[in-house]
Design a protein around this ligand. Sequence first.
Ligand code: FE2
Length: 372
Amino acid sequence: MANTVGIRGYDFVEFFVGSGKMTAYWHMRAMGFEAKAYMGPETGCRDRNSYLLTKNNLKFVITTSCDPGTHEITSFLERHGDGVKRWGFEVDDVTKAFQFAREHGAIPVHRPYKIEDENGYVEKAAIRIYDDAEIVFVNYDNYKGLFQPGFKEPVQKMEISSQDTGLNNIDHIVGNVREDEMNFWESYFNKALDFETIIHFGPGDISTKYSALLSKVVRSKDDVIKNPINEPYEGVRKSQIEEYIEQFHGTGVQHIAIATPDIIKSIRAMRANGVEFLSVPKTYYDALREKNKESGLIEENIDDLEELGILCDVERGGTGYLLQLFTKPISDRPTFFYEIIQRKHGAIGFGQGNFQALFESIERDQEKRGNL
Ligand code: FE2
């Protein structure tokens, strides 16, 4: 079905971080990104340093403040620590997308505006999402520069050797919200962006011995965009969503799932580059081998999956399955992390069959932090 807001796909993700250069370095070294463009004092921007990193279809902007008066950055960092401030949807028409969103309940942050330089102009507008984040509508049809006006060639080369991770594009972006807020944001997405709810995990669907959460997945009707939303549900101990809300001091992006055409290659490279992942017990792979004896669907060598700790979820009633793995939180607070995902034969889920093993793994880490 058509997507009435004219969303073409995910565009950039902008992170606000304490040290831009160090976080950019980590993404290059560990995740295999390249420095594509830069904005900062050397390019005439006095209040921030932004590093545009790219890898295949991924565009990540790592931004830090170099002036205490940069309130949007300093107030974000003071409260949340490093995290996702905004992400872009490339749209056919920024004004139309913004107007549609406004008429359907979106909270405006920036009305449509143009920024220009000698390479043309870029149109943008933004609406609010979660406590302190934004969705940006952006259009580059009239722009030929590196990224957006203000960005120039990187000042420092930062040629960093790392193994090719093959990471390709954003699959989904997940938000964590407080108890009783999930339905609000579900309907916000569905009204403002004409999305629809495709999956609903209710009480009892996702729980361990200690903790539980509720989750809904909303998506654009053409399936280009998928945005799961989680909220904590009462359990014996503190759920990972509550830990996030406490440590992030608010609601926001929990993880970005990055798709790869070859997850074995990606995880092998990321591990060699020093990325840390969640781990599951060996019994997980014994069970996977048993299950695969019946279905025979998994094309990968399960020994390879076990060696690299990759999880596999065969979807009920189909031939699709997904391979996935989650990094540990990438910064100091136990907040934002990445998921690496490969969908095989039309798999549409989010790894429901892995939730139990994963959440037990997260709880082991929570316990070490004294947050369970
Ligand atoms: Fe995910």
